[in-house]
Write a protein that binds this ligand. Structure first.
Ligand SMILES: [Zn+2]
Length: 76
Protein backbone atom coordinates (compact mmCIF):
# COMPACT_ATOMS: atom_id res chain seq x y z
CA UNK A 1 0.00 0.00 0.00
CA UNK A 2 1.19 3.48 -0.73
CA UNK A 3 0.90 6.30 1.78
CA UNK A 4 -2.05 7.69 -0.15
CA UNK A 5 -3.85 4.34 -0.11
CA UNK A 6 -3.29 3.99 3.62
CA UNK A 7 -4.52 7.51 4.19
CA UNK A 8 -7.65 6.91 2.12
CA UNK A 9 -8.33 3.63 3.89
CA UNK A 10 -7.97 5.13 7.36
CA UNK A 11 -10.14 8.12 6.53
CA UNK A 12 -12.80 5.92 5.04
CA UNK A 13 -12.97 3.20 7.69
CA UNK A 14 -11.67 4.86 10.84
CA UNK A 15 -12.41 8.51 10.37
CA UNK A 16 -12.98 9.31 14.06
CA UNK A 17 -9.80 7.56 15.15
CA UNK A 18 -7.90 9.14 12.30
CA UNK A 19 -8.94 12.67 13.28
CA UNK A 20 -8.19 12.10 16.95
CA UNK A 21 -4.79 10.50 16.35
CA UNK A 22 -3.81 13.13 13.82
CA UNK A 23 -4.66 15.92 16.26
CA UNK A 24 -2.55 14.25 18.94
CA UNK A 25 0.41 13.78 16.64
CA UNK A 26 0.14 17.36 15.42
CA UNK A 27 0.23 18.66 18.98
CA UNK A 28 3.18 16.43 19.87
CA UNK A 29 5.29 17.41 16.89
CA UNK A 30 4.37 21.04 17.38
CA UNK A 31 5.48 20.87 21.02
CA UNK A 32 8.74 19.14 20.08
CA UNK A 33 9.68 21.92 17.71
CA UNK A 34 11.57 24.79 19.21
CA UNK A 35 11.40 28.21 17.65
CA UNK A 36 11.75 26.77 14.17
CA UNK A 37 9.69 24.40 12.11
CA UNK A 38 11.24 21.25 10.58
CA UNK A 39 11.44 23.19 7.30
CA UNK A 40 13.62 25.86 8.92
CA UNK A 41 11.06 28.67 8.99
CA UNK A 42 9.68 30.26 12.12
CA UNK A 43 7.20 27.82 13.70
CA UNK A 44 4.00 29.69 14.35
CA UNK A 45 0.66 27.89 14.58
CA UNK A 46 -0.35 29.55 11.36
CA UNK A 47 2.81 28.43 9.60
CA UNK A 48 2.45 24.81 10.78
CA UNK A 49 -1.10 24.72 9.48
CA UNK A 50 0.15 25.70 6.04
CA UNK A 51 3.54 24.01 5.99
CA UNK A 52 3.68 21.05 3.63
CA UNK A 53 6.67 19.47 5.35
CA UNK A 54 5.10 19.74 8.76
CA UNK A 55 1.74 18.42 7.58
CA UNK A 56 3.38 15.54 5.70
CA UNK A 57 5.30 14.57 8.80
CA UNK A 58 2.13 14.65 10.88
CA UNK A 59 0.31 12.51 8.32
CA UNK A 60 3.03 9.87 7.99
CA UNK A 61 3.50 9.71 11.76
CA UNK A 62 -0.26 9.28 12.25
CA UNK A 63 -0.35 6.46 9.68
CA UNK A 64 2.50 4.74 11.54
CA UNK A 65 0.56 5.01 14.75
CA UNK A 66 -2.62 3.59 13.25
CA UNK A 67 -1.01 0.87 11.20
CA UNK A 68 -2.67 -1.83 13.33
CA UNK A 69 -5.93 -0.69 11.72
CA UNK A 70 -4.64 -1.37 8.21
CA UNK A 71 -5.85 -4.93 7.97
CA UNK A 72 -6.12 -5.12 4.20
CA UNK A 73 -2.36 -5.01 3.64
CA UNK A 74 -0.95 -7.68 1.39
CA UNK A 75 2.76 -8.32 1.15
CA UNK A 76 3.88 -4.97 2.47
ZN1 LIG B 1 7.46 24.60 8.16
Amino acid sequence: MTITQKLTYLQKHHFGKWLKARQEVENEISNQQSLFCICGRLATGFHEMNCRKFQNKVTSETIKRLKHLLTITKGE
